[in-house]
Structure formats: C-alpha cells, structure tokens
Design a protein around this ligand. Structure first.
Ligand code: RFL
Ligand code: PHB
Length: 390
C-alpha cells in the first residue's frame, strides 16, 4: 500500500489530522490497534477550548458539538467551605470553553471519516515504523498472519502515551521530562442531574474533588485517591459519601446520586518528550506529552499539535514550503510547556499532598487568596483555561 501520510493511532489526534488532510486532498491512512468500540468506551476529556472547537468546525465535524455541547463562561473553585467563581468570559476578554465529551467528539470524527471513506484500519497489530530518517519511510503492521507494508512520505505518531512511535526514536536523541504525582483521580460517570451547571474544582484537606458534566442529565465526578487504591475498593455509596464530604455543605446537600455507569482510576503525571520530530516521524498529542487533568489541557494540547502539523503538511504539499515542518517541534513544544506549567500550577494549588509540610499548605492557601484578590491573577488563569492562542 502507498499513501502520503501514515498516521499511527485512531484517537482524537490521529482522526482529526486524518480528516483535515483528506479535506485538502492529502492521502492518508490511520492505523489503530483497538476496535472502534474500545476507543469510544474510554471516558476522558470533557472541556474543549475555543481553538479546538474552531478546528472541529474547520474539519466539518462541528455540527453536533455546536448543537449538543454547552458553552461555559465560568467555573467555580470551592475552598474553605466557600465557592468562588472564575468568570472566564470577563477575564479572558470574551472567550469561553465548550463542554463536550471526548467520546462524542471521537464518534463525530469517526462518522466524518466514514462519510469521506477515509482509510482507518482497526485491530492493526504490531505496528512498526521503519527508515524514519530516510526520504522513503514505511510502516508495517500485522493483519492476522499477513504483514502489511505502507510506504509513505511522513509518519505521524498519534498513538498516545503507551504507543510505539515515541519508542522508535533512539534513546540518545530523545530527552524526557517527567513528574509523577503521588495520587490518582477516581472518576465516576452517572446518569444524574449535575450538582452545578458549571464545573466545581474543590480543594479540601481530605483531597481534591471535581464536579463536571457531559450534559444536564449526565454527570462526571472525580475525587483524589491514593495510588494504592483500586476501583474495586470503591462502592458507589462510598464514592458519593466521600465526594460530598469534600464539597461545601450547600453543594453536598443538593447532590443527586445514582448508580455509576463508568468508574475508573487515572494516575496523575506530567511528561514531555523532546524533540517532537525525528526524521520523517512527527509526534502529536499524548504520544509526546501528558498533563495531569486538573487544568483540562491534555486533549487541547493535542489539538494545537494537530493545528501546527496540518498547516505544515499543507505548506509542504501545496507550496513546497518545508519551514512549518522544520519548525514544528520547537513551535509545538513552546505551547506544550505553557500547558504543562498551567496544569502543574492548578494541580499543586488544589490537591492534598501526603508529604506536604505546614509551610507548603500556607503557600497553597496564599495562592488561592491571591487569585481571588487580584484581577491580574484571574486574567492569567482565564487566558490559560480558555486556551492560549495557537
Ligand atoms: P489517545 O486518546 O490516547 O489515542 C491514541 C490512540 O492510539 C492507539 N494506539 C495504537 N494504535 C496502533 N498501534 C499502536 N502501537 C498503538 N498504541 C496506541 C490507542 O488505542 C488510541 O486509540 O491520544 P490522543 O489522540 O493524543 O488524545 C489525547 C487525549 O486522549 C488526552 O490528552 C485527554 O483525554 C486528556 N484529558 C483531558 N484533556 C482535555 O483537554 N480536557 C479535559 O477535560 C481532560 N480530561 C483527560 C481528562 C484525561 C483523563 N485520563 C483518563 C487520562 C480526564 C481524564 C480522567
Ligand atoms: C471532565 O469532565 O472529565 C473533566 C473536566 C475538567 C477537567 C478534567 C476533566 O479539568
């Protein structure tokens, strides 16, 4: 098989790039290890920044998002038994975010790929990139007993944190930066009315909690848990009781509980791999960088990678201009590191750290006190949360 761009990974990053390139007549193939049902069963992000929503529209995948997604112009931070609102609209100069689940967004991308008869291979086993530093790289995968070879101009590594792409860059070339946090988030999805129409991020001495949503009938809640906890340790009743303990009384009182329809634990990690290009391999999204979910940046950082890659590929094929490809890694990483900083800051401010000393706790309190007493601090939070410009 021959194509122009071979994309490894059929998550949101890979599918969005595939769709954008195809619309410009650039031939591509997506290789996904799992089934479509598996990819769509993972409950992950819920908050999309404005620029991502625009990119979905440009990819002609924005109709359902615009119909069913909710525009949010603010969120709350609960601390010390009070609820303070961050007015995103006011402090970001009129911007907002869209609450629309990653599952729905991925479904829309798959539907769009189907409509255009895009080439998406599921159950692609043993995907391996080859000859990445040559002008003629190729990718192989196994389909049952058969090994299939795809010759291409470029390979895109959009295969998430555990994918094969980043691992195919020689150790001496790759520089990795990592910070692992001593806790995870236990998440529950439930078909109940959300406790608040806007998100609530809660700082509490028992641990962080987040009240999020997918719609006005579907809630998504998280609580900070030790890394040693297992999902089986948490009955629904235990989860609701702990969530309520971590929220201000008036919020806890109006919480509607119900059976969980999904429950999972995600460890929190910050990670960046540099550079994001090796020969004709380009990394994008979680394959190159991970953030703790506190700042809602992960999927949004993937979107900016795709934006830069899409425009770089377009300039290459349309104008013979390679400056975008040559500058991709530096440009993407500059924005990635700002998302890292913001996610780290939100995480450090709002979580309970098992080894923190009294001094650290006073600094956390001061961070929040400063935030809600300074317009400059609120502006900084808002501009990062709605998304820095691409
Ligand atoms: P994905 O989604 O991991 O997709 C990668 C795809 O590649 C496939 N794959 C392979 N395919 C072929 N061969 C191989 N060897 C392969 N290895 C892997 C996988 O099966 C998969 O389908 O990466 P992508 O596309 O870069 O997307 C990144 C996002 O998924 C991620 O950043 C976000 O979910 C992070 N995130 C959030 N981001 C936000 O912007 N806003 C949020 O509100 C938000 N909330 C979250 C989150 C992540 C969470 N978890 C569980 C980590 C909340 C949580 C709890
Ligand atoms: C979610 O709804 O899953 C969500 C929202 C905001 C975050 C993280 C996760 O910061």
């Amino acid at each position: 098989m021959k194509t122009q761009v071979c994309i490894i990974g059929g998550g949101p990053s890979g599918l969005l790039l595939s769709q954008l390139l195809h619309l410009q007549g650039i031939d591509n193939v997506v290789l996904e290890r799992h089934s479509r049902e598996y990819v769509l069963s993972r409950i992950r992000a819920g908050v999309l920044e404005h620029g991502f929503a625009e990119l979905m529209r440009e990819a002609r995948c924005g109709d359902r998002m615009d119909r069913e997604g909710e525009i949010h112009e603010g969120f709350f931070i609960a601390h010390d038994s009070r609820l303070d609102r961050v007015d995103l609209h006011r402090y970001s100069g009129g911007s907002s975010v869209v609450v629309y689940g990653q599952t729905e967004l991925t479904r829309d991308l798959y539907d769009a790929r189907d409509r255009m008869q895009g080439k998406v291979v599921h159950h692609a086993e043993d995907v391996k990139p080859h000859d990445l530093t040559s002008a003629t790289p190729h990718v192989t995968y196994r389909d049952g007993d058969e090994v299939v070879r795809i010759d291409c101009d470029f390979v895109i590594g959009a295969d998430g944190f555990h994918g094969v792409s980043r691992k195919s860059i020689p150790k001496g070339v790759l520089r990795e930066y990592e910070k692992v946090y001593p806790f995870g988030w236990l998440g529950v999805l439930s078909r109940t009315r959300p406790v608040s129409p806007e998100l609530i991020y809660a700082k509490h001495e028992r641990g962080f909690a987040l009240c999020s949503l997918r719609s006005q009938v579907l809630s998504r809640y998280y609580i900070q848990v030790p890394l040693s906890d297992k999902v089986e340790d948490w009955s629904d009743d235990a989860f609701w009781a702990e969530l309520q303990r971590r929220l201000p009384g008036e919020v806890a009182q109006r919480m509607i509980t119900g059976p969980s329809i999904e429950k999972s634990i995600a460890p929190l990690r910050s990670y960046v791999a540099e550079p994001m290009r090796y020969g004709n391999l380009f990394l994008a999204g979680d394959a190159a960088h991970i953030v703790p979910p506190t700042g809602a940046r992960g999927l949004n950082s993937a979107a900016s990678d795709i934006y830069y890659l899409y425009h770089a590929m377009l300039a290459h094929y349309r104008d013979g201009d390679d400056s975008g490809l040559d500058g991709y890694s530096a440009k993407a990483l500059a924005r990635v590191w700002k998302a890292q900083r913001f996610s780290w800051w939100m995480t450090m401010m709002l979580h309970t750290f098992p080894d923190s000393i009294d001094y650290d706790k006073r600094l956390q309190d001061t961070d929040l006190a400063y935030l809600f007493s300074s317009e400059a601090a609120l502006r900084s939070l808002a501009e990062n949360y709605v998304g820095l410009p691409f």
